[in-house]
Design a protein around this ligand. Structure first.
Ligand code: C5P
Length: 232
């Protein structure tokens, strides 16, 4: 499995996204399309980004009753994407349904991963607002084990949690880790984050980086700095 840096293209239009990707020239970063861009620009922007030679992680975090998620995944199976996800909080049944929907297309299914706990959620909020008691690490491990039992490829978690997830679920179980910040950079709304270099040491397979690259004065230099710290 290749280690890679995925850029979270949290833009509100196809035009803005494509202009951003134009800056990268022959470099073709792995791109994450989230809710904002997908709701604004839909399938055509995925098609265009794939045509340009990028891999695409469609980050829609599906979470609904199993039958609805299965049907939605059957639709997404027709898109030429490389990775897609659900919320593990939807239960193992929902995750199994997601996998079945994704595989119903008949062609090679993209990687299917599940969000454990959003990296913006602190243990305190999880305990007090969501009424999930105990340690956030125990919840993440349980959700990761449910994800594995449902036959998915891996989870989205903080880089800080990648090691314990691998210990609980095996080295081949993929960890995709947002919540990455350069040393001394702005943390924004991320509560559980680390640097690309630390993410590499802890053992993440893919880091997802948004604002530290998209809002940088020189996004290409920021992206290459991430790759330098995480991959090389
Ligand atoms: O700008 P920033 O680097 O914080 O972007 C992180 C990206 O990763 C966002 O697109 C966010 O939706 C996504 N993400 C996250 N935490 C998760 C799952 C996804 O931050 N647990």
């Amino acid at each position: 499995m290749g280690k890679d840096v995925i850029i979270a293209c949290d833009f509100s239009s196809a035009g803005e996204t494509l202009a951003f990707l134009d800056k990268f020239g022959a470099e073709k970063p792995f791109v994450k399309i989230g809710m904002e861009l997908f709701y604004a620009a839909g399938a055509p922007v995925i098609k265009e980004i794939k045509k340009r030679g990028h891999k695409v992680f469609l980050d829609l975090k599906l979470h609904d009753i199993p039958n609805t998620v299965k049907s939605a995944m059957a639709v997404l199976a027709a898109y030429d994407i490389d990775m897609v996800n659900v919320h593990a909080a939807g239960t193992a049944d929902m995750m199994r349904a997601a996998k079945a929907g994704l595989e119903s297309g008949g062609k090679k299914a993209p990687l299917l991963i599940a969000v454990t706990q959003l990296t913006s959620t602190s243990e305190e909020r999880m305990n007090k607002e969501l009424l999930i008691s105990g340690s956030i690490n125990d919840v993440i491990i349980k959700y990761a084990q449910n994800t594995k039992a449902a036959g998915l490829d891996g989870v989205v978690c903080s880089p800080l949690e990648a090691k314990m997830v691998k210990e609980a679920c095996g080295g081949d179980f993929i960890t995709v880790t947002p919540g990455v910040r350069f040393a001394g950079g702005d943390t924004n709304d991320q509560a559980r984050f680390t640097t690309p270099e630390m993410a590499k040491e802890i053992g993440s397979d893919y880091i997802v980086v948004g604002r530290p690259v998209t809002k940088a004065a020189d996004p290409v230099a920021a992206y290459l700095k991430c790759c330098g710290e995480f991959i090389d």
